[in-house]
Design a protein around this ligand. Sequence first.
Ligand code: ZN
Ligand code: ZN
Length: 341
Amino acid sequence: MRAVYFPGGGQVDVREAPEPPAPGPGQVLVAMRAAALCGTDVHTYHLPAEALPAYPVIRGHAPAGVVAAVGPNVSNVVVGDRVSIYQYLGCGTCRHCHAGYVMWCAQMQCHGASTDGAFTDLLLTNDRNCLPLPPALSLEVGSLLACTLCTAYQGLTRLAPHGPERLIVFGVGPVGLATVLLAHAMGADVLAVDLSAPRLALAREFGASATINAAEEDVLDRVLALTDGEGADAGVEASGAVVAQQQLIGALRRGGRGCIVGMGSHTPSVNLIQLINKQLTIHASNVAPITAFAPLMELIQRKRLPVDRLITHRFQSVEQASEALRLLETAATGAATFVWS
Ligand SMILES: [Zn+2]
Ligand SMILES: [Zn+2]
């Protein structure tokens, strides 16, 4: 089977990989049908080789597919089930695994980062990582659920936006666009900030009532003009940019609350003293606990959210991995996925 590896320094290696072994106890073999790319992939493939694991790992942390084989003691799924796959593998018995925060397990592995991932034909995972998809949700949506949608949803659950509130989203790449869509569905009035006009157009399509192009406008002046001089009640930083982290602090009203979701520069950006005067509450959120998926799938179905429209680009083969990553680097698209026919 063909598989995508990142050797470092902006290189992409697509080559033959051995098929996974037959599933052992509690394991499931899944035939990939959709695998979304993510901002993390763009960041990771540019890392220097020494910053990546010494052993080769098949990339892709947003898998969805059809169960092809199950090992002994598997009770969650049967062959033929359509599943989204949770990216973090844990021991299944520690307190973090029980709470759903598998990323905190001492034995944590991550598909596409420390163990083989989705950018290939077959993926071996754990029974408990399989999230069966209801009939109304496609496999492409299943791959978006695995990272983009669950990250957006979990960031918003920290803020619990509601009806009369104004919520600002910095950075409307795939996670930011999903945040706009979900926050709008939760009832908030959503403002979106980005440097890309095409992405801001998508944000309006997904429910943003106003957009601010940070390349052309003074962000804080516009936020104050749009919020009766008060600032936004809540905000999500989904770009990872230092300037946007600073603008989030400036854009929140007194007593406001923010959530940091975007990973990017490691440069210190915010003087915490700035939080005191406005008495802000700042959360941080990383992907999602596995417990987030049931309420997220219910929300998408109950509100009939057009989450499939978040995907603006589809690639029919992992051979196109370089092309797909370069497209995402233009920062002008919605989500992109590999799809298997
Ligand atoms: Zn991701
Ligand atoms: Zn554990």
